[in-house]
Design a protein around this ligand. Structure first.
Ligand code: CA
Length: 236
């Protein structure tokens, strides 16, 4: 079953563009350009994820988020303006799971949506669909990450990772071939406490490389200068 996503965005062109991309990806989409209307829709209907602009007519996005959080648990990704640091902090404080700064590359939005849906997916009966997570494992060449047992092995050798290293590696492995920005990784791994200190991401990448790349003589995590990090599925 495809995930249902509510797009709350009053810039019609942008809303339409996001809608087309999401539908193309197989999501079921509804959209609203008014905060008050969006709050009504979000309360009446069930969504797996909400993309929420902050500057909205009717009711601003942060207020929509605060009111919605009181009655419902649904992951929200904020669409924020560049430099609106206060909005980002307030949004994350109010319970948003992530934010993305406009203008953004659609690939990055799609990546964040996938991550948010995976992390916040409601507990369901295990599905029979073919999926890299069918048995709770993700692989990269000889590396196998087992999510339920929280272990990582390379050719059978166990690699001991801290929680944050594990989360960062998991995020990269789940988004193979997608370059993730330091902001994205930071949000996944540290939450909002560390906003602004994106160099902490570089530190964790260094730890991961010292435990995996350097030990097993592989090039797993690639740096994309000025953008972020990526694990490529082509590991030969
Ligand atoms: Ca707006």
């Amino acid at each position: 079953m495809s995930a249902r996503i509510l797009i709350v965005e009053d810039e019609e062109k942008l809303a339409r563009f996001i809608e087309l991309e999401l539908v193309h990806e197989g999501y079921e989409v509804k959209k609203s350009g008014n905060g008050r209307e969006a709050l009504d829709i979000a309360q009446d209907e069930d969504f797996d994820l909400i993309l929420l602009d902050i500057m909205l007519p009717g009711l601003n996005g942060l207020e929509v988020l605060r009111r919605l959080q009181k009655v419902k648990q649904v992951p929200v990704i904020l669409l924020t303006a560049r430099d609106a640091v206060n909005d980002k902090v307030a949004g994350l404080d109010a319970g948003a799971v992530d934010y993305i700064t406009k203008p953004f590359a659609i690939e990055e939005l799609l990546a964040r949506i996938r991550v948010a849906l995976k992390i916040h997916a409601p507990k369901k009966e295990p599905s029979k669909e073919a999926d890299v997570h069918e048995e709770g494992t993700i692989t990269w060449g000889s590396l196998v990450m087992n999510i339920p047992s929280h272990t990582v092995r390379y050719n059978g050798h166990e690699i001991f990772l801290t929680n944050r290293e594990f989360l960062m590696l998991r995020t990269l492995l789940e988004n193979q071939n997608i370059v993730l920005s330091r902001d994205t990784l930071l949000n996944r791994v540290c939450g909002y406490d560390f906003i602004g200190e994106t160099n902490i991401v570089d530190v964790y990448i260094r730890y991961l490389r010292s435990k995996i790349d350097n030990v097993f003589q592989v090039k797993m995590i690639h740096t994309v200068r000025g953008v972020g990090y990526v694990i490529k599925s082509d590991h030969t």
